[in-house]
Design a protein around this ligand. Structure first.
Ligand code: NI
Length: 138
């Protein structure tokens, strides 16, 4: 792929903030940091405008002692088995489990199933991370 160099003007204050991102996230240079920031913005755009399928990762933390929660979660997922690609399960401590679920579908479908799972009683934390390529925009 062809790479083009271009100049970017930025006030000093913003540039300092960019440099602190470069440093704190261990980017090799400003260009790599800017490329990632642009890609991140494109993923957001893609989720709000695409008609295609996207990928999201839903992270939830829940109390597995909560009555029937595990089986209710599973039941909901089996109802959408085509969308749920994989689940990573960690037993965090005596009471709590963390799951990371990879979900594929139209953005509104991925949001809907995520909202449904997050809203279940016993789920203490939930966040959907849009995780697409950022190159689907036309
Ligand atoms: Ni567990």
């Amino acid at each position: 792929m062809k790479t083009t160099r271009f100049g970017v003007s930025m006030d000093d204050e913003l540039l300092e903030k960019l440099d602190s991102i470069v440093q704190s996230r261990s980017y090799p240079n400003r260009s790599e940091a800017i490329r990632d920031l642009v890609r991140g913005a494109l993923v957001g755009e893609e989720w709000s405008s695409t008609l295609d399928e996207v990928i999201g990762v839903l992270v939830i933390v829940f109390d597995h002692h909560q009555r029937d929660l595990s089986s209710r979660l599973l039941e909901k997922e089996h109802g959408r088995s085509s969308d749920m690609l994989a689940t990573l399960h960690l037993h965090l401590d005596h009471d709590n489990c963390l799951e990371a679920k990879v979900i594929r579908g139209k953005p509104e479908q991925v949001r809907a199933i995520s909202d449904e799972l997050i809203a279940m009683k016993g789920v203490k934390f939930g966040r959907l991370i849009p995780a697409t390529f950022g190159d689907k925009l036309r």
